[in-house]
Design a protein around this ligand. Structure first.
Ligand code: G3I
Length: 353
């Protein structure tokens, strides 16, 4: 059934109201988010902590009940795969991919290149000068072919490059930009496309939810890459928010402008943290933020997935990075659904294309 935009809008406005007063009638308790999402054309995903995945059956069961898409929180990153130069360890990543296949879940690949979590031997080699520009380019190319090649046909989309523009809307100053120049970005996409022609290739970053200098820098970069016939297929919007900050403006218009450039879009790392302890007002603000981001995805035409960066407060990167903050996820530390969970489920139930 094709839901007209106006109806979608009205339905979603209703979802917003229900966000604050969810009724179990809409949010059927026994089925997961993936059931609520299945009619919408938008996948609901989560980042997976593989240590927790192997140690906590409640965690693992919740992943398979709630989500039809997964991404590795850490085990597909360069520093985790190639701790020792030339020695590749895909065991944990393969385990996630195999489990996803068995549970009808798509897998997003995160990430072929990021300035963080790089192998120590690589950063040390560049710093000492032992690894020069020509060798770095060869190492980077080999890494893309080895990793994207290894998962060829099993990954629906790759974050090819992560966080390559800084908060001043400039290309981030990394060893790759310094030694290889801005051309390394196009190289990454061309190599990844050769290594896995079916995978959708994404740029991915944070603080690009709304229309601002940083998201506009990406908009201009995409136009240039497209003009140079570089195989870039998607724009990933991380979505790390905080209830203490204003909600980003013009999220839907921002998503739509990237779609007009011929790109798919995705929310790739959504969480909404708060200054601890949680209270009713913060939890309602959190529910609103999750629902409003999801609405933008549902109202857009080519937003293909909405991924949360972890779904339970039991396993979250937030407290370790933002002192005094936390409770960023849809379920609490005892896997009890929070208002945000009901809001997301209700928004899926009432939304859709
Ligand atoms: O694997 C090592 C292990 O060998 C070592 O014993 C242990 C103790 O130091 O550290 C382990 O590495 C940790 C890694 O997570 C795996 O657990 C790193 O210290 C820790 O810093 C790393 O944190 C991850 C962080 O990225 C790194 O910057 C978080 O879990 C992860 O949620 C976070 O995710 C990023 C996205 O990739 C990109 N966008 C932002 C997002 C949040 O920072």
């Amino acid at each position: 059934m094709k839901v007209t935009r106006a109806v979608a809008g009205t339905a979603i406005a209703a979802a917003l109201l229900l966000t604050l007063n969810p009724t179990s009638a809409v949010a059927a308790a026994d089925t997961g988010l993936r059931d609520a999402a299945k009619h919408t054309g938008v996948r609901i995903g989560t980042a997976v902590d593989m240590a927790a995945f192997n140690a906590d059956t409640t965690y693992r069961d919740a992943i398979n009940r709630e989500f039809n898409s997964v991404v590795a929180e850490n085990v597909m990153k360069w520093g985790e795969i190639e701790k020792e130069r030339g020695v590749l360890n895909f065991a944990a990543a393969d385990q996630l991919v195999d489990s996803a296949r068995a549970n009808g879940q798509q897998v997003r690949g995160h990430t072929l290149l990021w300035h963080n979590q790089l192998p120590g031997w690589l950063t040390a080699g560049v710093t000492s000068g032992e690894i020069d520009a020509a060798e770095l380019r060869q190492i980077l190319k080999r890494h893309v072919f080895e990793v994207a090649g290894h998962f060829r046909g099993r990954i629906v989309a790759w974050d090819v490059v992560n966080e390559i523009i800084d908060d001043n809307a400039q290309l981030r100053d990394t060893i790759f930009l310094r030694l290889l120049g801005p051309g390394y970005i196009a190289d990454m996409f061309r190599w990844a496309h050769q290594a896995d022609p079916k995978a959708k290739l994404y740029l991915n970053d944070y603080n690009v939810e709304g229309i601002n200098a940083k998201s506009t820098a990406y908009y201009d970069l995409v136009k240039q890459l497209k003009a140079d016939r570089v195989p870039v297929h998607g724009f990933g919007i991380q979505g790390h928010l905080g209830v203490q900050y204003p909600f980003p403006n013009n999220v839907l218009d921002n998503v739509r402008r990237f779609e007009k450039l011929g790109l798919d879009t995705a929310f790739t790392e959504v969480d909404v943290r708060m200054p601890m302890p949680p209270d009713a007002t913060k939890l309602q603000a959190q529910a609103y933020a999750y629902s409003a981001l999801l609405q933008a995805c549902l109202l857009a035409q080519r937003c293909v997935s909405f991924t949360v960066w972890g779904f339970t407060d039991k396993y979250s990167w937030v407290p370790g990075v933002f002192n005094g903050q936390g409770a960023a996820n849809l379920l609490d530390e005892n896997f009890i659904p929070k208002l945000a969970y009901d809001a997301v489920k209700t928004t899926f139930t009432l939304g859709g294309r």
